[in-house]
Ligand binder design. Sequence first.
Ligand SMILES: [Zn+2]
Ligand SMILES: [Zn+2]
Length: 331
Amino acid sequence: MASNIDRETLGRVIAFHGHLCPGVTMGVRAAEIALREIGPHAADEEVVAVVETDNCAVDAIQYLTGCTMGKGNLIHLDHGKNAFTFARRSDGKAIRIVAVPRDRSMSPEQEALVQRVRGGEATAEEREAYNTLWHERAMEVMDADEEDLYEVQRLEGYRLPDKARIYPSLRCDGCGEMTMSARITPVGGRNLCPACLQESGETTVTMRPIGVVENELEPGVTPSRAKSPRSVIRVREEYADALHGMAADDRIDILFAFDRAPRAGVPLRQHPRGEKDRPPRGVFTIRSPHRPNPIGVTAVRVLEVRGNEVIVEGLDAWNGTPVLDIKPHLA
Ligand SMILES: [Zn+2]
Ligand SMILES: [Zn+2]
């Protein structure tokens, strides 16, 4: 079945995007599926969109679904795919809409025309021909059967990304510009924004988490090793084989990032566990999450290993915490 979007709405999408193109109509068709299956974002129904491209399609998705970059409920993954995941918080329903492979190739003449227009060498006539071609290809998308454009996958147990976090801003000591505190790195007593940090030539280490913690501990509670519930460490599928040999009752160390801890203004002496009646100690002698490199390590007991999931007991990390590494615990 062709698109149900009326011409007036399509006109408003085109006005928002700036032109009519096959990319924006692909976005319209994806948004239509999302609106039907998940519904629009609203004050009382949060919908989160994860888009795996930054092409024209995303403008139609923002305009029609209400998921936008500025509200933090549009998340961009730089995967270069026409794939869009939508999830709503009320019942966790989530779908991924992914473009089906299809032949969209152009004739050699059309290819040459597109090249000339993009290279800025086209005549007025050629530009006219290009506009007609692009318009046709855009409208073909509007008239196509949904199944010929997209496959819709139902995602069971999809983990919604955390709500947009708002951090206070700090002044960068390099450029003087106000910068979200979570993006500030303290270097030799100076707070630097990412651009100034790069310019400073300081050595930094970037790590990609190998997995994520899933449990009932939400920010606001102080995680305790004694009282922590079972946690699932969901290891990325690509690293599942690295769990080979791990079994119930193993003692392992979990290294994780204190990703909610402020980076700047870390006191080098702190009260242990934040208890004001205990004298302050050097931060390298306590387990505080507020440290120059916010890394945590906790020894836990394995309860079960299930595919790429490690179920453990005794982990004092919040739900959603990025896991950096897992090692056998040495007594
Ligand atoms: Zn476009
Ligand atoms: Zn700066």
